[in-house]
Design a protein around this ligand. Structure first.
Ligand code: PMV
Length: 357
């Protein structure tokens, strides 16, 4: 350890990290935030959380989160959740025992827009903790060990956050056909394993409703424990993972579309058939699904939709079809969006570290 690093008592790190959208869904978990089944997503480009994390060494045992703000305002609700997360991270980042953190965060998308803001937030937090650990140890690397630890730590904040640590396509959860995959952290599918037709997919996030959802993902995951379809879901997810990896590799757009929509409707089918069951989609969601399927039949463009745990549609299409799909979005779908709100997003290249102190 260099003397300079040893003497460092304070500093500031910045990270920008994106949300991701799952194509094969994580739904249901085991003790310790272990997924019930493997999942696969791509990382977004535009929907990001930016954080500035300031650290200051203090007396041993006094460390923890001191201040937290979101979009320029102190936010007590998030401060409590992030504070608990930082407490839990003391087991993995020794420096937290004697370090105060002041965190400023900003998100480029509305919190309730149906984009998993927690994935962006927890991946940014985990990456920032890694950068501080590096600073204090006098290390500089942001290699695979750094990213794997960040993915591990992000998972403990919000499961799907572990997939946001990498750009492109990622898998979280042990899957026999993917060597190196793990329940503890996500792994990146190498870009050369992704057919060019999928590498720059577009994702139009169409906001059907932006009110806070009435059943949290945490409660939804818990309802999978005694779910009547639990075992069948595990079998189905495994089959869909195999087929999705094959589709991505070979450029099979028909297979891709079939699996993406099957996963989206299964996710909401599982919610509806939980005990108690609940419905997060809205009439506008169904109308859009019908329009998208009709457009696909009539145009032969292989676009498709997916859904997160909410009513908003993620329309996925290839760059080669963008000139045709844009007018369809403008003329047919925006009228069904709340206040014509949508986010023009797509596959991104992953988190970035901003300038440092
Ligand atoms: O990471 P969580 O606990 O917010 O769960 C996210 C679950 C889904 O977004 C519905 C699916 C997924 O794999 O991202």
């Amino acid at each position: 350890m260099s003397k300079a690093a040893h003497d460092k008592n304070s500093g500031l790190v910045f990270w920008e990290s994106p949300a991701n959208i799952a194509l094969v869904k994580y739904w249901g978990k085991l003790q310790g935030q272990i997924p019930m089944n493997p999942s696969l997503s791509f990382t977004l480009r535009e929907s990001v959380v930016r954080i500035a994390m300031r650290y200051e060494r203090v007396a041993r045992g006094a460390g923890g989160l001191r201040t937290f703000s979101l979009n320029g305002q102190p936010n007590e609700k998030f401060k409590a959740r992030i504070g608990q997360y930082i407490e839990s991270m003391k087991a993995h980042y020794a420096f937290l025992a004697d370090t105060f953190l002041d965190i400023e965060s900003q998100s480029t998308f509305p919190h309730s827009a149906g984009i998993a803001s927690s994935a962006a937030a927890f991946s940014a937090l985990a990456l920032a903790l890694g950068s501080i650990e590096n600073d204090l140890d006098g290390r500089h690397g942001k290699g695979s060990d750094f990213l794997q630890k960040a993915s591990f730590a992000a998972r403990l904040g919000s499961g799907s956050a572990c997939r946001s640590v990498y750009g492109g396509f990622t898998v979280w959860g042990k899957f026999d056909k993917l060597p190196g995959s793990s329940n503890d952290y996500a792994v990146k599918i190498p870009d050369h394993e992704i057919h060019p037709v999928f590498r720059n997919l577009h994702n139009a996030v169409l906001i059907v409703d932006d009110t806070e959802k009435k059943v949290s993902s945490t409660a939804g995951h818990a309802l999978m424990n005694g779910h009547d379809f639990r075992q069948s879901r595990i079998v189905q997810a495994s089959k869909n993972m195999s087929d999705m990896l094959l589709a991505l590799k070979t450029g099979n757009e028909e297979l891709f579309v079939e699996i993406v929509e099957n996963e989206a409707l299964t996710l909401h089918g599982l919610m509806m058939s939980s005990r108690p069951g609940y419905v997060l989609i809205k009439p506008g969601t169904i109308l859009m699904i019908e329009k998208i399927r009709q457009y696909r039949r009539e145009s032969n463009v292989n676009l498709c939709f997916t859904l997160d745990a909410g009513p908003n549609i993620h329309l996925i299409y290839s760059t080669k079809d963008a000139a045709k799909v844009r007018p369809f979005i403008n003329q047919e779908l925006l009228a069904l969006c709340k206040n014509r709100q949508w986010v023009d997003d797509g596959v991104g290249s992953g988190p970035i570290e901003k300038q440092k102190s």
